[in-house]
Ligand binder design. Structure first.
Ligand SMILES: *Cc1c(COP(=O)(O)O)cnc(C)c1O
Length: 380
C-alpha cells in the first residue's frame, strides 16, 4: 500500500509513527525547530481574521500579557514576524548608532554571529573570546570593561546552543549595569526553558525565536525591551521601519502589531503561552532542569564525553563528543539508520567532532530515554 500523509503509520513528513517511541515528533531531538505542543498544532488550523479586528485585539492582549509573565517583566514585550536572528538586528538598530562601542561575549557560534553582525552594522565590537564549552564569567566581563571600556552595550548569549553552555546571566548583567552598559541578551534557546527574569536582572533587550522552547514553529521573533532601552532608541541613528521598536510599542499599546499580523503564528504562540500558564513557570523550569540532568547522566553512562563545563551545563541542549574513530556526521547517520532519531551536529570548528541533543519545549522523559538508548547503541 502506498502511504499517504493521512495514514496513521506516517506523520506528515513521512516519518514512521507506528513505533510508539517515535510518535508525535519524538524522533526530532535537535535544538530547534522543536516538537510542537499539540494545542499549538490544533490552533494553527484557524482561518484568517481581520488583522485589526476585535477578535485579534482580544488575542493580542492575552499574548502580550502572557509574554510579560513568561519574561517576568512589567515593561514591554513585542513580537515580529522573523526568526531569532532578526532579534540581533532589531536590537542593534534600535539601541545603537554606527561607531558605538560594545562588548560581546563569544562562547560559541551564536555569540560569534551576534558580535559579527554588530561589526557588520558598523559598531566597534570588543570580543571576549571564550574557549568553546566554557562560560563567560563575571570576572572576565569586568576585566573587559576595566581594560577596554567604556562600552555602551554588552552582548550576552544566555544559552550558547552550539556548545550547551548557560552563561551566568544575572551576574553578567550586574557587571554590565555597574558599568552603565545596556544589557542585550540572546535568549533564543533559554526563554521558556530556563529561568529568565527581565526586570529583576535589569536586562534591556532580550530576544528569542518561536521555534526553540516556545513550542511553536519558526516564524516569530520575540523581544522584551526595557524602558531604558526605549529611551536609548531615541538617540539611536540607524534607519529602521520594520524593526522600529517605538512604532511597534505604539501598535502594541492598541493591542495590535505594526504591520499585518502573522496570524497563524500568533494562534500558535497564544496556545503555547496558555499551555505554559497551565504548567506554571516553576514547574516548567523544574522539568527542564530534571531533563537536562537526565540527558547528561545518560550520555555519560553511555561512555560519552560532554563538551560543556559541568558548572555551566545547559538544561535545554547538551553537546557531546563523537566517540573515538567516528566523525559526528557518521554518528548522526548511524543513529538515523538505527532509530530514525535526529540529533544535530556541532557547529564551527567543532562541527566534525560534536553532536547536540535538544531537550527544550514540549518534551518529557520517555522520548529522551528512547534517544539515550539509541545513542548508547550507536556509541557501542
Ligand atoms: C537558534 C539560535 C539563533 C538563531 O535563530 P534563528 O531562528 O535561526 O534565526 C540565535 N541564537 C541562539 C542562541 C540560537 O539557539
Amino acid at each position: 500500500m502506498v502511504s499517504t500523509p493521512t495514514d496513521s503509520s506516517t506523520s506528515r513528513n513521512g516519518r514512521r509513527t507506528d513505533d510508539p517511541r517515535l510518535s508525535q515528533g519524538r524522533w526530532l531531538r535537535i535544538p530547534g525547530p522543536t516538537v510542537l505542543h499539540p494545542n499549538v498544532l490544533a490552533a494553527m488550523q484557524g482561518d484568517m481574521l481581520p488583522h485589526r479586528g476585535p477578535e485579534l485585539v482580544g488575542m493580542m492582549e492575552r499574548i502580550y500579557s502572557n509574554l510579560k509573565w513568561a519574561h517576568q517583566t512589567e515593561q514591554g514585550v513585542y513580537v515580529w514576524a522573523g526568526t531569532g536572528s532578526a532579534g540581533w538586528e532589531a536590537a542593534i538598530v534600535n539601541l545603537f548608532s554606527p561607531g558605538d562601542r560594545v562588548v560581546a561575549g563569544v562562547t560559541g557560534s551564536f555569540g560569534d554571529r551576534f558580535a559579527t553582525i554588530g561589526a557588520q552594522f558598523g559598531l566597534d565590537v570588543h570580543r571576549i573570546e571564550i574557549e568553546w564549552g566554557q562560560a563567560l564569567t563575571p570576572e572576565q566581563l569586568a576585566d573587559a570593561f576595566a581594560e577596554h571600556g567604556p562600552f555602551k552595550g554588552a552582548f550576552i548569549t544566555h544559552n550558547e546552543t552550539s556548545t550547551g553552555v548557560t552563561n551566568p546571566l544575572p551576574e553578567l548583567a550586574r557587571v554590565a549595569r555597574e558599568n552603565d552598559a545596556l544589557v542585550v541578551v540572546d535568549a533564543v534557546s533559554s526563554a521558556a526553558a530556563l529561568p529568565l527574569e527581565v526586570d529583576a536582572w535589569d536586562l534591556d533587550w532580550v530576544l528569542s525565536g518561536a521555534q526553540k522552547a516556545w513550542m511553536c514553529p519558526p516564524g516569530l521573533m520575540i523581544s522584551a525591551v526595557s524602558e531604558r532601552a526605549m529611551a536609548a532608541s531615541e538617540h539611536a541613528s540607524f534607519p529602521r521601519f520594520f524593526w522600529d521598536v517605538k512604532a511597534m510599542a505604539a501598535a502594541a499599546k492598541a493591542n495590535g502589531m505594526l504591520t499585518t499580523a502573522p496570524l497563524t503564528m500568533l494562534y500558535a504562540l497564544d496556545a503555547a503561552l496558555l499551555a505554559m500558564r497551565d504548567e506554571g513557570l516553576e514547574a516548567l523550569y523544574a522539568r527542564h532542569a530534571r531533563l537536562g540532568e537526565h540527558v547528561r547522566q545518560g550520555l555519560v553512562a553511555a561512555g560519552l564525553e560532554l563538551l560543556a563545563d559541568p558548572a555551566y551545563a545547559s538544561d535545554s541542549v547538551t553537546a557531546f563528543l563523537a566517540p573515538e574513530g567516528m566523525t559526528s556526521s557518521q554518528f548522526q547517520e548511524r543513529l538515523r539508520e538505527d532509530s530514525g532519531i535526529e540529533i544535530a551536529l556541532g557547529q564551527g570548528h567543532l562541527a566534525d567532532r560534536v553532536l547536540r541533543v535538544g531537550h527544550m519545549g514540549w518534551v518529557e522523559q520517555p522520548e529522551l530515554d528512547a534517544t539515550l538508548e539509541a545513542i548508547a547503541r550507536v556509541a557501542g
